[in-house]
Design a protein around this ligand. Structure first.
Ligand SMILES: Nc1ncnc2c1ncn2[C@@H]1O[C@H](COP(=O)(O)OP(=O)(O)OP(=O)(O)O)[C@@H](O)[C@H]1O
Ligand code: SF4
Ligand SMILES: [Mg+2]
Length: 337
């Protein structure tokens, strides 16, 4: 096997993904996002329903093409490759969805399902592909006896293990987990998260963990981005973000998640997030969070807050970052912009 490439596994720059919405309108599902994920890193993406997480996740594995901006995989623009090479290279970047049934054909045995990506790739002979599929099942903790069963004969957690095994057969560099444990019972959820963490260590996988649940991010990710209405509003190492949010939206999410922040650590009188996320067809002017932000000032309607590195490794988009969350002195917008 050739040496792993140096540099980010995936590098996203000013990514926009817009969908036509009829009547000449456009859904700005992802609207100017930039970040890198390093080899072996687990990167969390959190945000409310409709913030653009799944759209971003699909773009990370080239299931959606950018409207503008770039997604580079190990330094390469896969979209620029000839079709057959694009398909071959894309296999290194896999996605696991929330619905354990989504990628499993009910008419196929588990072995056939796990072998399917290898069959499509056409590598080796049928016997070697079968062995590789059994090995992948073993890797995710499923015994050989499961291989002959059909999806309806497995539990949700077992089916999600099968989906992870399918991804592993492609020896991926990155797996995007889009709410991959959200449909599972709490006890099973922990098992799958522990499995993913063990695989990350063993196989040096990178993950992008998309979730509503800050508790999950705290459990499995090293860095996290907070997404709101198609954009990142904050990005930081997980412990820092949990201990000291700089953006009012992050703070509101934290207070809304009792698991992530014990009541004893929450300042009294903090407000829980009010209202609904606005439409991504016509987002608010200036700061997109201003219609729900308890700290919004006149400037917030007029000026778009810059996406800036307010402290080393900590990115935020708020004119009053830090000061309004009461966690730190005002981090001047000009200081690191
Ligand atoms: N193919 C599409 N055509 C039009 N609009 C779309 C399409 N896919 C997503 N959208 C819209 O883009 C926005 C972001 O959707 P997305 O599914 O990425 O959000 P999400 O953060 O994953 O939400 P959830 O937490 O509910 O899964 C939503 O307003 C959604 O309705
Ligand atoms: S820029 Fe203004 S409206 Fe936006 S999060 Fe900061 S204080 Fe709130
Ligand atoms: Mg989603």
């Amino acid at each position: 096997m050739s040496a792993a490439p140096a540099g980010p596994v995936v590098s996203v720059r000013d990514l926009r993904i817009h969908f036509p919405a009829g009547r000449g309108e456009t859904v700005k599902a992802v609207d100017g996002v930039s970040f890198d994920v390093q080899p072996g890193e687990s990167f969390g993406v959190i945000g409310e329903s409709g913030s653009g997480k799944s759209t971003l996740g699909r773009a990370l594995v080239s299931l959606l093409a950018p409207t503008s901006g770039t997604v580079r995989h190990d330094g390469r623009d896969l979209a620029a490759l000839p079709a057959s090479e694009f398909r071959r290279q894309r296999r290194s970047y896999q996605i696991v969805f929330q619905d354990p049934n989504a990628a499993l054909d009910p008419r196929m045995t588990i072995l056939q399902s796990v072998r399917e990506p290898l069959d499509i790739a056409g590598e080796g002979d049928a016997a070697s592909r079968g062995r590789a599929a059994l090995q992948a099942l073993d890797h995710v903790g499923l015994a050989a006896e499961h291989a002959a069963r059909y999806p309806h004969e497995l539990s949700g957690g077992q089916k999600q293990r099968v989906n992870i095994a399918r991804a592993l057969t492609m020896t991926p560099r990155l797996i995007v987990c889009d709410e991959a444990v959200a449909a599972l019972d709490v006890s099973i959820r922990a098992e799958i998260l522990n499995l993913l963490t063990a695989l990350q260590r063993e196989l040096k996988l990178a993950y992008v963990f998309i979730t509503h649940d800050l508790g999950i991010v705290a459990h499995v990710s090293q860095r996290v981005a907070v997404m709101y209405l198609g954009q990142f509003v904050e990005m930081a190492p997980v412990e820092m973000l949990l201990a000291r949010p700089l953006h009012p939206y992050t703070e509101a999410l934290l207070w809304a998640q009792p698991v992530a922040v014990p009541a004893s650590l929450r300042p009294p009188g903090r407000r829980v997030l009010q209202g609904e996320i606005p439409s991504p067809i016509s987002p608010p002017s200036g700061c997109r969070f201003r219609t729900r932000c308890p700290h919004a000032a006149d400037r917030c309607a007029a000026d778009v807050p810059a996406w800036r590195e307010a402290e080393p490794g900590r990115w935020v988009a708020c004119h009053y970052a830090g000061a309004v969350t009461g966690t730190t002195p005002l981090l001047e917008e000009t200081s690191h912009a």
